[in-house]
Design a protein around this ligand. Structure first.
Ligand code: FAD
Ligand code: NAI
Length: 462
C-alpha cells in the first residue's frame, strides 16, 4: 500500500500551497524539498527577499529625497548594507518557518532531500523509496544565462547573487529590462549605484501595454536609471572586482563595451528539472524544457502531475499557487480550475506597475473594437498628498458591450488596486459597474473609478 495519497516534489508556492489544499481535502500528503527550507525560489531567493530590499531602499530614498519637503528635518539615515541584508534574511526566515508551521498544522510530512522519480508511484530520496498514489512535480525554475556569460555570483550575478551582494556596487550593469532587472536595478539605484540597463528589444518590460511601458521607462529614467535599448549583449568578461559587458547596438551594428563593478544577468529563468529522472519515465517536455501537461495538470504519465514554473505559462508565484490548489482538487476528484486570462502581473518598483487582461496592443492585433478610459494620478488628491502623482490608470473595455477587457496601472499601490478589476472581470463587470460603485475618499482607488467614468460620460477630476 502507498505511504501517501500525494507526494509533492518541491516546496515552493506551487508545491506547498498544493500540499496544504491536498491535506485539507483529506489526502495524506508529503512534500520533498532539497534546499533545506520551504518556500522555494519565491520565499528564499525571489519575491520576498526582493520585496524586503525594495521596501528598505524605498524608505531610504524617501528619507533622503522627500522628507525635507514635508518638513521632516535632521540628519538623513545612512545605509548599512550588511544590516539591510540581515533584515532581509530575517524576513525570509520568518516566512519559511511559517510554512513549516502550516505543514505541522495540516499534518503534512516535510521530507528533506532531493527527490528522483523512480516510477509513476514512487520517488527516491537519499536512496530511500517512498510510494504515493499521485506525484506532483513542482520543482520550479532557475536563472537562465546567455552564451559567453558565466555567472560567478560575485561580480557577474543572477538575482540570487544580487540579493546577497558583498557590497553595493558603484556601477551596476543590468542585462535585461524585465521584471527582475528593473526591481533589483531600482534597489541598487536608490542605494547609490550608477545603474545601466542593457535591453535587447527596443522597449522595456516585454508584454506590458506599450503606453504604460513608455511611461514606466520615463519615470525610471527620471529616477536615474540609464537605458541602452536595442542592444544585444554578446559577451561578459570579468576579473575579481570588475566586469566588461560587450553589446551590439542593433541599429548601427556597432560593438560597444561598458564596464561595471557588478553585472546582473536578468534575461529570464528556465525550468529546473535536472536529475529528476524525467527521461527514464518518458515524461513529455516542450521545446523550451518545460514539463508538458493537459488542462488538469496531468503529464503524459498516469498519476504524475506538474505545476508552476516548471510548466508552461507565466513564471509567477500566484500562478503556481493557483495551479497547486487546482491540481490537488483534481486529484481529490473535484474540478480544479485556473482562469489563465485573469492572472495579474505586478512590478514592485516605485511607482508600482500592475496589469490584468488584454493590452491595447493585443486588442489592436486581434482587430477587436475597444475603448480606453484613462485617469492620471495627478488628479487624485491622495496621490498628491503623498507625493506620488506620477502615473495613470488605463482601463480597456469592449466598444459595444462595455465589458472590461483589461486594466493597466502605473502608480501608488498599483499592485493592490489591480485586484478590484481582477474581481470585476471574474464577474464579467462592465466599466459602468466600476464607475457606479462608490469608492471611499481620499483613496488611490478613486483613480480606478475615474478611469471607469472616463469610459462613460467622463471623469470628474480631469
Ligand atoms: P519554486 O518556487 O522555484 O520552488 C521549487 C522548489 O522545488 C525549490 O525550493 C527547489 O529547491 C525544489 N526542488 C527542485 N527540484 C527538487 C527535487 N528534485 N527534489 C526536492 N526539491 C526540489 N513571482 C511573483 O509572483 N511575484 C514576485 O514578486 C516575484 N518576485 C521574484 C523575484 C525574483 C528575484 C525571482 C527570481 C523570482 C520572482 N518571482 C516572483 C517568481 C516566483 O519566485 C516563481 O514564479 C515561483 O517561486 C514559482 O513557484 P514554484 O513553486 O513553481 O517553484
Ligand atoms: P524577463 O523575461 O522578465 O526579462 C528578461 C529581459 O531580458 C527581456 O526584456 C529580454 O528582452 C531581455 N534579454 C534577453 N536576452 C538579452 C540579451 N542578450 N541582451 C539584452 N537583453 C536581453 O525575465 P527576468 O526579469 O529574468 O524574470 C524572470 C521571471 O521571474 C519572470 O518570468 C517573472 O515573471 C518572474 N519575476 C516576477 C516578479 C514579479 O512578479 N514582480 C519579480 C521578479 C521576477
Amino acid at each position: 500500500m502507498s505511504a501517501y495519497d500525494v507526494i509533492v516534489i518541491g516546496g515552493g508556492p506551487g508545491g506547498y500551497v498544493g500540499a496544504i489544499r491536498a491535506a485539507q481535502l483529506g489526502l495524506k500528503t508529503a512534500v520533498v524539498e532539497g534546499r533545506g527550507a520551504l518556500g522555494g525560489t519565491c520565499l528564499n531567493v525571489g519575491c520576498i527577499p526582493s520585496k524586503a530590499l525594495l521596501h528598505a531602499s524605498h524608505l531610504y530614498h524617501e528619507a533622503t529625497h522627500n522628507f525635507t519637503e514635508m518638513g521632516l528635518m535632521g540628519k538623513s539615515p545612512s545605509v548599512d548594507w550588511e544590516k539591510m541584508l540581515g533584515y532581509k534574511d530575517g524576513v525570509i526566515k520568518n516566512n519559511t518557518q511559517g510554512i513549516e508551521f502550516l505543514f505541522k498544522k495540516n499534518k503534512i510530512d516535510y521530507i528533506k532531500g532531493w527527490a528522483k522519480l523512480v516510477d509513476n508511484n514512487a520517488v527516491e530520496v537519499d536512496g530511500k523509496r517512498i510510494e504515493a498514489k499521485n506525484i506532483i512535480i513542482a520543482t520550479g525554475s532557475e536563472p537562465a544565462t546567455l552564451p559567453n556569460v558565466e555567472i560567478d555570483e560575485k561580480v557577474v550575478v543572477s538575482s540570487t547573487g544580487a540579493l546577497e551582494a558583498g557590497k553595493i556596487p558603484k556601477r551596476l550593469i543590468v542585462i535585461g529590462a524585465g521584471v527582475i532587472g528593473l526591481e533589483m536595478g531600482s534597489v541598487f539605484s536608490r542605494l547609490g549605484s550608477e545603474v545601466t540597463v542593457v535591453e535587447f528589444l527596443d522597449h522595456i518590460t516585454p508584454g506590458m501595454d506599450s503606453e504604460i511601458a513608455k511611461s514606466f521607462q520615463k519615470i525610471l529614467s527620471k529616477q536615474g536609471l540609464t537605458f541602452k535599448l536595442n542592444s544585444a549583449v554578446s559577451k561578459v568578461e570579468s576579473s575579481k572586482t570588475k566586469a566588461k559587458v560587450t553589446y551590439i547596438d542593433r541599429k548601427s551594428n556597432d560593438e560597444q563595451v561598458i564596464e561595471a563593478d557588478m553585472v546582473l544577468v536578468a534575461t529570464g529563468r528556465k525550468p529546473f528539472t535536472s536529475s529528476l529522472g524525467l527521461e527514464a519515465l518518458g515524461i513529455e517536455m516542450t521545446e523550451r524544457g518545460q514539463i508538458k501537461t493537459d488542462a488538469q495538470w496531468r503529464t503524459n504519465v498516469a498519476n504524475v502531475y506538474a505545476i508552476g514554473d516548471v510548466t508552461e505559462g507565466a513564471m509567477l508565484a500566484h500562478k503556481a499557487e493557483e495551479e497547486g490548489i487546482a491540481a490537488a482538487e483534481t486529484i481529490a476528484g473535484k474540478h480544479g480550475h485556473v482562469n489563465y486570462a485573469l492572472i495579474p502581473g505586478v512590478i514592485y518598483t516605485t511607482p508600482e506597475v500592475a496589469s490584468v487582461g488584454k493590452t491595447e496592443d493585443e486588442l489592436k492585433a486581434e482587430g477587436r473594437a475597444y475603448k480606453v478610459g484613462k485617469f492620471s494620478f495627478m488628479g487624485n488628491g491622495r496621490a498628491k498628498a503623498v507625493m506620488q502623482g506620477d502615473g495613470m490608470v488605463k482601463l480597456i473595455a469592449d466598444a459595444q458591450t462595455d465589458r472590461l477587457l483589461g486594466a493597466h496601472i502605473i502608480g501608488p499601490s498599483a499592485g493592490e488596486l489591480i485586484h478590484e478589476i481582477v474581481v470585476g472581470m471574474e464577474f464579467g463587470a462592465s466599466s459602468e459597474d466600476i464607475a457606479r460603485s462608490c469608492h471611499a475618499h481620499p483613496t488611490f482607488s478613486e483613480a480606478v473609478r475615474e478611469a471607469a467614468l472616463a469610459l462613460g460620460d467622463g471623469a470628474i477630476h480631469m
